[in-house]
Design a protein around this ligand. Structure first.
Ligand code: G3H
Ligand code: 13P
Ligand code: ZN
Length: 332
Protein backbone atom coordinates (compact mmCIF):
# COMPACT_ATOMS: atom_id res chain seq x y z
CA UNK A 1 0.00 0.00 0.00
CA UNK A 2 1.44 3.38 -1.03
CA UNK A 3 -0.48 6.50 -0.07
CA UNK A 4 -0.38 9.37 -2.54
CA UNK A 5 0.54 11.58 0.39
CA UNK A 6 3.94 9.87 0.59
CA UNK A 7 4.50 10.87 -3.04
CA UNK A 8 3.72 14.55 -2.49
CA UNK A 9 0.47 14.40 -4.48
CA UNK A 10 -2.85 15.95 -3.43
CA UNK A 11 -6.48 14.97 -3.91
CA UNK A 12 -8.99 17.21 -5.70
CA UNK A 13 -11.13 18.39 -2.76
CA UNK A 14 -9.56 21.74 -1.92
CA UNK A 15 -8.46 22.37 -5.50
CA UNK A 16 -12.03 22.02 -6.81
CA UNK A 17 -13.57 24.13 -4.04
CA UNK A 18 -11.18 26.97 -4.91
CA UNK A 19 -11.76 26.58 -8.65
CA UNK A 20 -15.56 26.68 -8.33
CA UNK A 21 -15.38 29.72 -6.05
CA UNK A 22 -12.79 31.42 -8.27
CA UNK A 23 -14.53 30.83 -11.60
CA UNK A 24 -11.75 28.84 -13.26
CA UNK A 25 -11.11 25.19 -14.15
CA UNK A 26 -8.25 22.82 -13.36
CA UNK A 27 -6.58 21.29 -16.41
CA UNK A 28 -6.76 17.49 -16.54
CA UNK A 29 -4.16 16.38 -19.04
CA UNK A 30 -3.79 12.71 -20.01
CA UNK A 31 -0.26 11.37 -20.16
CA UNK A 32 1.34 8.24 -21.58
CA UNK A 33 4.94 9.28 -22.12
CA UNK A 34 7.80 11.02 -20.33
CA UNK A 35 7.71 13.92 -22.80
CA UNK A 36 4.03 14.59 -22.02
CA UNK A 37 4.76 14.46 -18.30
CA UNK A 38 7.69 16.88 -18.63
CA UNK A 39 5.68 19.29 -20.78
CA UNK A 40 2.73 19.23 -18.35
CA UNK A 41 4.98 19.96 -15.35
CA UNK A 42 6.91 22.70 -17.14
CA UNK A 43 3.67 24.41 -18.15
CA UNK A 44 2.07 24.08 -14.70
CA UNK A 45 5.15 25.44 -12.94
CA UNK A 46 5.64 28.31 -15.38
CA UNK A 47 1.97 29.30 -15.05
CA UNK A 48 1.74 28.61 -11.29
CA UNK A 49 -1.22 26.32 -11.94
CA UNK A 50 -2.54 23.28 -10.09
CA UNK A 51 -2.77 20.35 -12.47
CA UNK A 52 -4.37 16.91 -12.79
CA UNK A 53 -2.26 14.28 -14.53
CA UNK A 54 -4.55 11.51 -15.65
CA UNK A 55 -3.98 7.95 -16.68
CA UNK A 56 -6.41 5.93 -18.79
CA UNK A 57 -6.72 2.18 -19.00
CA UNK A 58 -5.01 2.48 -22.39
CA UNK A 59 -2.15 4.43 -20.82
CA UNK A 60 -1.67 1.76 -18.16
CA UNK A 61 -1.59 -0.89 -20.89
CA UNK A 62 0.87 1.13 -22.98
CA UNK A 63 3.26 2.47 -20.39
CA UNK A 64 2.68 0.19 -17.36
CA UNK A 65 0.77 1.49 -14.33
CA UNK A 66 3.75 1.27 -12.00
CA UNK A 67 5.95 3.31 -14.31
CA UNK A 68 3.24 5.97 -14.65
CA UNK A 69 2.91 6.11 -10.84
CA UNK A 70 6.66 6.71 -10.50
CA UNK A 71 6.46 9.30 -13.28
CA UNK A 72 3.84 11.17 -11.26
CA UNK A 73 6.10 11.03 -8.22
CA UNK A 74 8.89 12.26 -10.48
CA UNK A 75 6.59 15.05 -11.65
CA UNK A 76 6.29 16.37 -8.09
CA UNK A 77 10.07 16.33 -7.62
CA UNK A 78 10.63 17.85 -11.07
CA UNK A 79 8.18 20.68 -10.26
CA UNK A 80 10.14 21.43 -7.09
CA UNK A 81 13.40 21.36 -9.02
CA UNK A 82 11.89 23.89 -11.45
CA UNK A 83 11.28 26.23 -8.51
CA UNK A 84 7.73 25.42 -7.42
CA UNK A 85 7.80 25.17 -3.61
CA UNK A 86 4.37 23.64 -3.17
CA UNK A 87 3.23 21.83 -6.33
CA UNK A 88 -0.46 20.92 -6.44
CA UNK A 89 -0.45 17.79 -8.59
CA UNK A 90 -3.20 15.14 -8.67
CA UNK A 91 -2.63 11.65 -10.07
CA UNK A 92 -6.03 10.62 -11.40
CA UNK A 93 -7.41 7.41 -12.91
CA UNK A 94 -9.37 8.35 -16.03
CA UNK A 95 -12.44 6.23 -16.91
CA UNK A 96 -11.96 3.50 -14.30
CA UNK A 97 -14.43 0.79 -15.29
CA UNK A 98 -14.50 -1.45 -12.20
CA UNK A 99 -14.15 -1.33 -8.43
CA UNK A 100 -11.03 -3.49 -8.74
CA UNK A 101 -9.11 -1.10 -11.00
CA UNK A 102 -10.04 1.86 -8.75
CA UNK A 103 -8.88 -0.06 -5.66
CA UNK A 104 -5.62 -1.04 -7.33
CA UNK A 105 -4.90 2.59 -8.20
CA UNK A 106 -5.86 3.85 -4.72
CA UNK A 107 -3.56 1.22 -3.19
CA UNK A 108 -0.74 2.33 -5.46
CA UNK A 109 -0.54 6.06 -4.99
CA UNK A 110 -3.37 7.62 -7.01
CA UNK A 111 -4.97 10.58 -5.26
CA UNK A 112 -8.17 10.63 -7.32
CA UNK A 113 -10.12 8.08 -9.33
CA UNK A 114 -12.95 8.18 -11.81
CA UNK A 115 -15.47 5.37 -11.74
CA UNK A 116 -17.27 5.50 -15.04
CA UNK A 117 -20.60 3.78 -14.63
CA UNK A 118 -22.26 6.00 -17.23
CA UNK A 119 -23.05 3.02 -19.47
CA UNK A 120 -24.83 1.17 -16.63
CA UNK A 121 -28.49 1.43 -15.65
CA UNK A 122 -28.97 4.34 -13.22
CA UNK A 123 -29.26 2.28 -10.01
CA UNK A 124 -26.23 0.17 -10.92
CA UNK A 125 -24.19 3.31 -11.62
CA UNK A 126 -25.09 4.59 -8.13
CA UNK A 127 -24.27 1.27 -6.45
CA UNK A 128 -20.88 0.92 -8.17
CA UNK A 129 -19.94 4.56 -7.54
CA UNK A 130 -20.94 4.25 -3.87
CA UNK A 131 -18.74 1.18 -3.43
CA UNK A 132 -15.74 3.01 -4.90
CA UNK A 133 -16.48 6.12 -2.82
CA UNK A 134 -16.53 4.12 0.42
CA UNK A 135 -13.13 2.60 -0.28
CA UNK A 136 -11.62 5.81 -1.67
CA UNK A 137 -12.80 8.05 1.16
CA UNK A 138 -11.34 5.64 3.72
CA UNK A 139 -7.99 6.56 2.09
CA UNK A 140 -8.78 10.26 1.59
CA UNK A 141 -8.91 9.76 -2.18
CA UNK A 142 -11.52 11.73 -4.14
CA UNK A 143 -13.93 10.20 -6.66
CA UNK A 144 -15.31 11.46 -9.97
CA UNK A 145 -18.47 9.80 -11.28
CA UNK A 146 -20.29 10.19 -14.59
CA UNK A 147 -23.94 10.66 -15.36
CA UNK A 148 -25.13 10.87 -18.96
CA UNK A 149 -23.28 9.37 -21.92
CA UNK A 150 -20.91 11.14 -24.28
CA UNK A 151 -21.01 10.34 -27.97
CA UNK A 152 -17.93 8.58 -29.30
CA UNK A 153 -15.61 6.13 -27.66
CA UNK A 154 -14.85 6.29 -23.96
CA UNK A 155 -12.19 3.62 -23.72
CA UNK A 156 -14.35 0.50 -24.14
CA UNK A 157 -17.59 2.23 -23.31
CA UNK A 158 -19.23 3.28 -26.54
CA UNK A 159 -22.41 5.01 -27.58
CA UNK A 160 -23.76 5.91 -30.99
CA UNK A 161 -25.60 8.95 -29.73
CA UNK A 162 -25.04 11.43 -26.94
CA UNK A 163 -27.40 11.19 -23.98
CA UNK A 164 -27.28 14.51 -22.19
CA UNK A 165 -27.22 14.41 -18.40
CA UNK A 166 -30.70 14.78 -16.95
CA UNK A 167 -30.62 17.69 -14.47
CA UNK A 168 -33.46 16.15 -12.48
CA UNK A 169 -31.20 13.19 -11.59
CA UNK A 170 -28.07 14.97 -10.36
CA UNK A 171 -29.10 15.66 -6.74
CA UNK A 172 -30.27 12.10 -6.16
CA UNK A 173 -27.19 10.66 -7.88
CA UNK A 174 -24.57 12.74 -6.08
CA UNK A 175 -26.26 12.41 -2.68
CA UNK A 176 -26.73 8.66 -2.82
CA UNK A 177 -23.38 7.84 -4.46
CA UNK A 178 -21.35 10.28 -2.33
CA UNK A 179 -19.14 11.23 -5.30
CA UNK A 180 -16.90 14.30 -5.00
CA UNK A 181 -17.37 15.51 -8.58
CA UNK A 182 -19.63 14.71 -11.48
CA UNK A 183 -18.77 14.38 -15.17
CA UNK A 184 -21.71 15.46 -17.28
CA UNK A 185 -22.74 15.20 -20.90
CA UNK A 186 -23.64 18.52 -22.56
CA UNK A 187 -22.39 17.92 -26.09
CA UNK A 188 -18.65 17.26 -25.78
CA UNK A 189 -17.21 13.95 -26.97
CA UNK A 190 -13.87 12.18 -27.10
CA UNK A 191 -11.31 12.26 -29.87
CA UNK A 192 -10.45 14.53 -32.81
CA UNK A 193 -13.75 14.03 -34.65
CA UNK A 194 -16.32 15.38 -32.23
CA UNK A 195 -19.01 16.25 -34.75
CA UNK A 196 -20.00 14.98 -38.15
CA UNK A 197 -20.16 17.35 -41.13
CA UNK A 198 -23.95 17.16 -40.88
CA UNK A 199 -23.89 18.40 -37.28
CA UNK A 200 -21.76 21.45 -38.21
CA UNK A 201 -22.20 24.54 -40.33
CA UNK A 202 -19.48 25.64 -42.73
CA UNK A 203 -17.72 29.00 -42.31
CA UNK A 204 -18.10 30.61 -45.78
CA UNK A 205 -14.80 32.54 -45.38
CA UNK A 206 -12.52 29.63 -44.44
CA UNK A 207 -14.53 26.56 -45.48
CA UNK A 208 -13.87 25.16 -41.98
CA UNK A 209 -16.51 23.32 -39.97
CA UNK A 210 -18.22 25.26 -37.19
CA UNK A 211 -19.53 22.91 -34.49
CA UNK A 212 -22.89 23.28 -32.73
CA UNK A 213 -22.83 25.00 -29.32
CA UNK A 214 -22.66 23.06 -26.06
CA UNK A 215 -25.90 22.70 -24.09
CA UNK A 216 -25.30 25.58 -21.66
CA UNK A 217 -28.97 25.50 -20.68
CA UNK A 218 -28.46 21.99 -19.26
CA UNK A 219 -25.28 23.08 -17.47
CA UNK A 220 -27.14 26.02 -15.91
CA UNK A 221 -29.93 23.74 -14.73
CA UNK A 222 -27.42 21.28 -13.22
CA UNK A 223 -25.74 24.17 -11.37
CA UNK A 224 -29.13 25.29 -10.19
CA UNK A 225 -29.83 21.83 -8.79
CA UNK A 226 -26.40 21.39 -7.24
CA UNK A 227 -25.06 24.84 -6.33
CA UNK A 228 -21.27 24.85 -5.98
CA UNK A 229 -20.88 21.13 -6.72
CA UNK A 230 -17.74 20.35 -8.80
CA UNK A 231 -18.65 19.54 -12.41
CA UNK A 232 -16.30 17.87 -14.92
CA UNK A 233 -16.20 18.08 -18.71
CA UNK A 234 -14.67 15.22 -20.66
CA UNK A 235 -13.94 15.37 -24.37
CA UNK A 236 -12.85 19.00 -24.23
CA UNK A 237 -10.08 19.19 -26.78
CA UNK A 238 -10.41 22.06 -29.24
CA UNK A 239 -8.62 20.25 -32.08
CA UNK A 240 -6.59 23.34 -33.09
CA UNK A 241 -6.89 23.77 -36.83
CA UNK A 242 -3.28 24.98 -37.21
CA UNK A 243 -2.05 21.65 -35.80
CA UNK A 244 -4.46 19.71 -38.00
CA UNK A 245 -3.27 21.72 -41.02
CA UNK A 246 0.39 21.03 -40.16
CA UNK A 247 -0.32 17.32 -39.85
CA UNK A 248 -2.15 17.28 -43.19
CA UNK A 249 0.54 19.43 -44.87
CA UNK A 250 3.27 16.99 -43.88
CA UNK A 251 1.72 13.74 -45.00
CA UNK A 252 -1.04 13.19 -42.45
CA UNK A 253 -4.69 12.62 -43.21
CA UNK A 254 -7.15 14.07 -40.71
CA UNK A 255 -10.08 15.23 -42.80
CA UNK A 256 -12.81 17.16 -41.00
CA UNK A 257 -11.19 16.90 -37.56
CA UNK A 258 -13.12 19.28 -35.30
CA UNK A 259 -13.26 20.05 -31.56
CA UNK A 260 -14.92 22.30 -29.00
CA UNK A 261 -14.38 26.02 -29.65
CA UNK A 262 -12.19 27.53 -26.95
CA UNK A 263 -14.55 30.40 -26.17
CA UNK A 264 -17.15 27.83 -25.12
CA UNK A 265 -14.67 26.13 -22.80
CA UNK A 266 -13.71 29.53 -21.37
CA UNK A 267 -17.38 30.18 -20.61
CA UNK A 268 -17.74 26.72 -19.03
CA UNK A 269 -14.62 27.31 -16.88
CA UNK A 270 -16.28 30.33 -15.30
CA UNK A 271 -19.17 28.14 -14.09
CA UNK A 272 -19.16 25.17 -11.70
CA UNK A 273 -17.14 23.27 -14.30
CA UNK A 274 -13.86 22.91 -12.42
CA UNK A 275 -12.07 20.10 -14.30
CA UNK A 276 -11.61 20.05 -18.06
CA UNK A 277 -10.18 16.94 -19.74
CA UNK A 278 -7.77 17.36 -22.62
CA UNK A 279 -5.98 14.52 -24.36
CA UNK A 280 -6.46 14.75 -28.13
CA UNK A 281 -4.92 18.25 -28.36
CA UNK A 282 -1.71 16.90 -26.85
CA UNK A 283 -1.66 14.07 -29.39
CA UNK A 284 -2.16 16.57 -32.22
CA UNK A 285 0.56 18.92 -30.92
CA UNK A 286 3.02 16.05 -30.65
CA UNK A 287 2.20 14.55 -34.04
CA UNK A 288 2.26 17.90 -35.86
CA UNK A 289 5.72 18.73 -34.49
CA UNK A 290 7.12 15.29 -35.31
CA UNK A 291 5.69 15.19 -38.84
CA UNK A 292 7.06 18.68 -39.56
CA UNK A 293 10.44 17.78 -38.10
CA UNK A 294 10.76 14.63 -40.20
CA UNK A 295 9.69 16.44 -43.37
CA UNK A 296 12.28 19.15 -42.78
CA UNK A 297 15.02 16.86 -41.46
CA UNK A 298 14.82 13.59 -43.40
CA UNK A 299 18.23 12.53 -42.13
CA UNK A 300 17.34 12.64 -38.44
CA UNK A 301 16.89 9.35 -36.60
CA UNK A 302 17.84 10.18 -33.00
CA UNK A 303 14.51 10.31 -31.10
CA UNK A 304 15.77 13.26 -29.07
CA UNK A 305 15.92 15.30 -32.27
CA UNK A 306 12.20 14.97 -32.96
CA UNK A 307 10.85 14.47 -29.44
CA UNK A 308 12.34 17.77 -28.25
CA UNK A 309 10.25 19.92 -30.64
CA UNK A 310 7.27 17.65 -29.90
CA UNK A 311 7.68 18.33 -26.16
CA UNK A 312 8.06 22.07 -26.79
CA UNK A 313 4.92 22.16 -28.90
CA UNK A 314 2.92 20.30 -26.25
CA UNK A 315 4.19 22.65 -23.54
CA UNK A 316 3.11 25.66 -25.64
CA UNK A 317 -0.35 24.13 -25.99
CA UNK A 318 -0.63 23.37 -22.24
CA UNK A 319 0.41 26.94 -21.34
CA UNK A 320 -2.15 28.32 -23.78
CA UNK A 321 -4.94 26.21 -22.27
CA UNK A 322 -4.03 27.18 -18.70
CA UNK A 323 -3.75 30.91 -19.36
CA UNK A 324 -6.21 31.59 -22.17
CA UNK A 325 -8.90 28.95 -21.76
CA UNK A 326 -9.14 27.58 -18.20
CA UNK A 327 -7.75 30.52 -16.23
CA UNK A 328 -5.95 28.35 -13.66
CA UNK A 329 -2.73 30.37 -13.82
CA UNK A 330 -1.36 32.23 -10.77
CA UNK A 331 -3.27 30.03 -8.32
CA UNK A 332 -0.32 28.52 -6.38
O1 G3H B 1 -11.10 9.31 -22.56
C1 G3H B 1 -10.25 8.96 -23.34
C2 G3H B 1 -8.88 9.49 -23.21
O2 G3H B 1 -8.58 10.36 -24.26
C3 G3H B 1 -7.88 8.37 -23.10
O3 G3H B 1 -7.71 7.76 -24.33
O4 G3H B 1 -7.95 5.34 -23.77
O5 G3H B 1 -6.76 6.08 -25.86
O6 G3H B 1 -5.72 6.42 -23.62
P1 G3H B 1 -7.01 6.30 -24.40
P1 13P C 1 -10.41 14.71 -25.70
O1 13P C 1 -10.41 13.52 -26.59
O2 13P C 1 -11.36 15.76 -26.18
O3 13P C 1 -9.04 15.27 -25.49
O4 13P C 1 -10.97 14.24 -24.26
C1 13P C 1 -10.14 13.59 -23.35
C2 13P C 1 -10.88 13.03 -22.19
O5 13P C 1 -12.03 13.32 -21.93
C3 13P C 1 -10.16 12.10 -21.32
O6 13P C 1 -10.97 11.53 -20.35
ZN1 ZN D 1 -12.99 11.14 -20.91
Amino acid sequence: MTSYKELGLVNTREMFAKAVAGGYAIPAFNFNTMEQMQAIVQAAVECKSPVIMQVSKGARAYANGTILRYMAQGAVEYAKELGCENPQIVLHLDHGDSFEICKECIDNGFSSVMIDGSHLPYEENIALTKKVVEYAHAHDVTVEAELGVLAGVEDEVSSEVSHYTKPEEVVDFSTRSGCDSLAISIGTSHGAYKFTREQCTVDPQTGKLVPPPLAFDILAEIENQLPGFPIVLHGSSSVPQDEVDTINQFGGKLPDAVGIPEEQLRKASESAVCKINIDSDSRLAMTAAIRKHFAENPGHFDPRQYLKPARENMKKMYVHKIVNVLGSNDKL
